[in-house]
Each structure stands twice: as structure tokens, then as C-alpha cells.
Design a protein around this ligand. Structure first.
Ligand SMILES: Cc1cc2nc3c(=O)[nH]c(=O)nc-3n(C[C@H](O)[C@H](O)[C@H](O)COP(=O)(O)OP(=O)(O)OC[C@H]3O[C@@H](n4cnc5c(N)ncnc54)[C@H](O)[C@@H]3O)c2cc1C
Length: 457
């Protein structure tokens, strides 16, 4: 008898796992609350602009991405970032400074003071952390590289990746590879050199080396293609309301078109966000529910702006820019979307995606969005030397955007392992376990698939 598997959530975590299981003929059903698949991956065309409301791109950090693209026949749709996309700017003193990418550029840059540059020589001499799970990325970087690196490299970087606060994110939980350089090799500089050699022997690429990709119709093209492949195995507009043990099986209760329905199954793979899973598992395991409810998802507003290229005096030759907290602006940074993927706007226009809020400014949740957006546009136009109004404007407010792997996150992770042992047949996945990036979610889908295969043996 084939085991029946129900997957909760049709974001990339749930869909990638569903895809690999379906390929091997496992009996799956995916339940998704929204009318469309993709979760955070939402793409839309409007007035000649293509904008992504969630991830704007992914990094090809795992060969699984290529496998999915080729299996699904998406090769014609796949786009790699333009060469200009490698150049990133950081704001300092109201000026955009290119992030130095090699030693000569580092020596010349005005982004860091001479004192901060000299401080790097001391990095190999710094001692190791006692426990990276309880050290923040801010403490880690200050200890190893000095305060200026925290303020003008890591602080904006953390805003760009997690929309997070470096004082709160755990270095080992949120940046395990960075932490491993210290743990395994004793330091970041020595570790980087040695790990490059090691990585060359493996198929996996580091985030710095991996190519940035998207699709002609935006990031949502990938989940949509997986959903087409799965056909009738996905039920959308189906909100899962409860789960309970039913003899040897589990029952999953959901609402579809206002009507309560139930599926009995042997295995449940939950990939819905932690806060949603917290409600769902409340009557099932109170301790799990508590752990899940403590995972913080700050609000983020994604703002899309289009301008005539001729109205922009800042040269458009990069990925965009990030803003350190010290610079005291109302937004976190801007992606120059049509520089990276030129089809994001028609020929004489340029498209931008700005991010506002995050753990740095969670108060945006209760701020008048119109007033906030106006302020952000004013600041953006000053920095980009634009004198006209945007020719296109749209936004999406994510009330709960990205899970923060904060200090002590390991306690949640340990409990998730314990829970899976206690309730054999229930597996917890999604971006609050094993990484938040699209690449990490796809990579982790294999771990989820392997856990399910073990249960089916
Ligand atoms: C604004 C923003 C920008 C980002 N930028 C990038 C980027 O540039 N690059 C990058 O790599 N990553 C980026 N990320 C992160 C990345 O997009 C996400 O971590 C990833 O897409 C999460 O996928 P997931 O499947 O784990 O979760 P989700 O995408 O959240 O999917 C979970 C699904 O579960 C469904 N669901 C919830 N409750 C229920 C229920 N009760 N019943 C049924 N279904 C339910 C939801 O509707 C959703 O579809 C960004 C995220 C955001 C929000």
C-alpha cells in the first residue's frame, strides 16, 4: 500500500519537495491557502513593467535548481543577471560607494577609513567564539573585523538578506557558513582562502560565486511551472484549519470554497510559515506551538518605481545599493531591477525595487503607508539624482515577511527535531528551517524528501 502524503503550503519549499516526490511516484496532495501558488514568490506585469513582490532573484547555489529548470522545460525562460549586477553600492555620507570586490579596490575605497582597513590585519589573531548560537552577528563581526565593518558592510548586508537586525540575529543560526570559517579554520581570511580550495572539489557553489537567476516572467514562473507539472495534485484556495491523529493515520481538515473537507494520510509535510503552523499545531503539541509562535517575522514593504531613464542622473551600472542604519534613511536599499534583468521595463524606462521596514524599522506596520512611501520616494530621488515623478508606482506590504534566526534559535531547532521524533509521520519544513533564501529552500527540499522516503520504507 502506498503511503498518502499531504503537503501543507505551495511556496517553493512545499512545491520543490512535492515535485521530487511526484517524480518518484509518491502519492501526494498539496494544500495551499491562496488562490495562486508560490507563497512569497509573487510576480506581476503592469504597464510594461515586471515586478516581483517577494524575491527578485535567486542564487544558483545548488545543482537542484538546474535540474528543476531542465525537467520543467524552463530553459528558455531562465535569465541570468547582467554583468552590471555584480557591482553593488553602499551608502555612506549621502554618496554611493561601490563595494570593493578585490584587494586593490579595497585599498582605494572611501567606504572604509584607513583605520578600519588596517584593523583587518588583526583578524587572524582574534580568538574563537564560545558559542555561536548565542553570539549575534554584530558581536561576531565587531570582534573579528571591528565596528566600522559592522556598520558599513554587515549591517547593510543583513538588511539586504534578512531585512534583519545584526544585534539580534544569531551568527551560527543565521550565517552558518560564515561562522564555520571561524570554527573550522580559526578565522575569516584564512578560512575563505582554504574553503575556496575545498569548494572547488564539490559541485556546490558559495553564495559569492553562484550565478543570480530569475525568469522572463519573474520568480513566480518556477512555482507556477512546478504546479503545472503536478496538475491535480494541488488544491489551491484550501486553508488548512486543523490536524489530528486518527488511529494510525493523521487527518487534515481544510476549507475549500467555504466547505469543510478532510484528507486522511500517513505523512504530513508542513511548509507553511511558523506563525501559521503555530496555530495549526496548538491542540496537537502546545510546546511546538509556543516555539513556532516565538519566531519573529518583521514587516517589509516592497515598493516598485519606474522612471524615464533620461530623468536619472545616477549612472545605472550595478545591482543597486544598500543603506547602513547609521545613514538614517527611511528605507533599507534599492535594487536596480531593470539593470539586472533588462526586460523588467521597456527600453527607455528603468525599474527599481525598494525595501522598507524590516527588524530595523518594524514601526512601519502602524505608519500611514502613503506618507511613508512619499518620504521614501523623496529620499530615493535625491540619492539617484532624479528630478521627475515616477512614471510607475506599486507596492506590496508584507505584514510578516522573513523569519529571523535570532539568538537562541537553536532551542527552536532542537525542539523541531524532538517533535518529529515524538510524532513520527509529521515533518516540519519551510524557510524557518535551514535557510531563508530560495536556493536554501530548494536545497532543503531534498532533506525533506529523504525524511519522507525513510518513513515510507
Ligand atoms: C519581500 C521578500 C523579499 C525576498 N527576497 C529574496 C531574494 O531576493 N532572494 C531569495 O533567495 N529569497 C528572498 N526572499 C526569501 C524567500 O522568498 C522565501 O524565504 C521563500 O520563498 C519561502 O518559501 P517557503 O515555501 O518556505 O514559504 P512561503 O513562500 O511563505 O510559502 C508558504 C505557503 O504556505 C501557505 N499557507 C499558509 N498558511 C496556510 C494554511 N493554513 N493552509 C494552507 N496553506 C497555507 C501560504 O499561503 C504560502 O503559499 C524574500 C522574501 C520576501 C518576503
Amino acid at each position: 500500500m502506498k503511503k498518502k502524503i499531504v503537503i501543507l503550503g505551495a511556496g517553493i519549499s512545499g512545491l520543490a519537495a512535492a515535485y521530487f516526490l511526484h517524480k518518484e511516484n509518491y502519492d501526494i496532495t498539496v494544500l495551499e491557502k491562496k488562490s495562486e501558488v508560490g507563497g512569497s514568490m509573487e510576480s506581476a506585469w503592469e504597464s510594461g513593467f515586471l515586478f516581483d513582490r517577494g524575491p527578485n532573484s535567486g542564487l544558483e547555489t545548488t545543482p537542484l535548481i538546474r535540474i528543476l529548470v531542465e525537467d520543467l522545460g524552463l530553459q528558455d525562460q531562465l535569465m541570468y543577471a547582467s554583468k552590471e549586477g555584480n557591482k553593488r553600492y553602499i551608502l555612506r555620507g549621502n554618496k554611493l560607494h561601490p563595494l570593493p570586490m578585490n584587494p586593490p579596490a579595497f585599498i582605494k575605497t572611501k567606504l572604509f577609513s584607513a583605520k578600519a582597513k588596517l584593523r583587518l590585519f588583526a583578524e587572524p589573531l582574534m580568538g574563537k567564539s564560545n558559542d555561536g548560537y548565542y553570539e549575534s552577528i554584530a558581536e561576531f563581526v565587531t570582534r573579528r573585523l571591528g565596528k566600522e565593518f559592522l556598520d558599513y558592510a554587515i549591517n547593510p548586508f543583513v538588511a539586504g538578506v534578512y531585512a534583519g537586525n545584526p544585534e539580534e540575529l544569531s551568527v551560527k543560526s543565521a550565517f552558518p557558513k560564515l561562522y564555520a570559517l571561524e570554527e573550522e579554520y580559526g578565522g575569516l581570511i584564512v578560512g575563505t582562502i582554504k574553503s575556496i580550495k575545498k569548494r572547488k572539489q564539490r559541485a556546490e557553489k558559495s553564495k559569492q560565486d553562484a550565478q543570480m537567476f530569475s525568469f522572463k516572467d519573474g520568480m513566480q514562473a518556477l512555482p507556477k511551472a512546478i504546479a503545472n507539472n503536478l496538475g491535480g495534485k494541488i488544491i489551491t484556495s484550501a486553508e488548512v484549519k486543523s490536524i489530528y491523529k486518527n488511529g494510525e493515520c493523521y487527518s487534515v481538515v481544510f476549507y475549500k470554497d467555504g466547505i469543510e473537507q478532510r484528507i486522511d494520510c500517513d505523512i504530513i509535510l508542513s511548509t507553511i510559515p511558523a506563525y501559521a503552523a503555530s496555530n495549526l499545531f496548538k491542540n496537537f503539541d502546545e510546546e511546538l506551538s509556543k516555539h513556532l509562535s516565538k519566531i519573529y517575522y518583521p514587516p517589509v514593504l516592497a515598493l516598485f518605481l519606474g522612471y524615464k531613464k533620461s530623468d536619472i542622473r545616477q549612472p545605472l551600472d550595478g545591482f543597486g545599493f544598500l543603506i547602513p542604519s547609521k545613514e538614517k534613511k527611511s528605507f533599507l536599499g534599492a535594487i536596480w531591477s531593470s539593470v539586472i534583468f533588462p526586460n523588467r521595463a521597456t527600453g527607455d524606462e528603468a525599474a527599481f525595487t525598494l525595501f522598507v521596514g524590516g527588524s530595523r524599522n518594524p514601526e512601519i506596520e502602524n505608519t500611514d503607508k502613503e506618507v511613508l512611501i512619499k518620504k521614501v520616494i523623496d529620499e530615493f530621488q535625491q540619492l539617484m539624482k532624479i528630478n521627475s515623478k515616477p512614471s510607475f508606482e506599486a507596492h506590496k506590504f508584507w505584514q510578516k515577511a522573513i523569519p529571523q534566526y535570532n539568538i537562541g534559535y537553536i532551542e527552536h531547532e532542537n525542539y523541531f527535531d524532538k517533535f518529529e521524533e515524538k510524532f513520527s509521520g509529521i515533518i516540519l519544513g519551510g524557510n524557518y528551517r535551514g535557510g531563508i533564501s530560495v536556493g536554501d529552500c530548494i536545497k532543503n527540499s531534498k532533506t525533506l524528501v529523504n525524511k519522507i522516503k525513510n518513513l515510507c520504507r
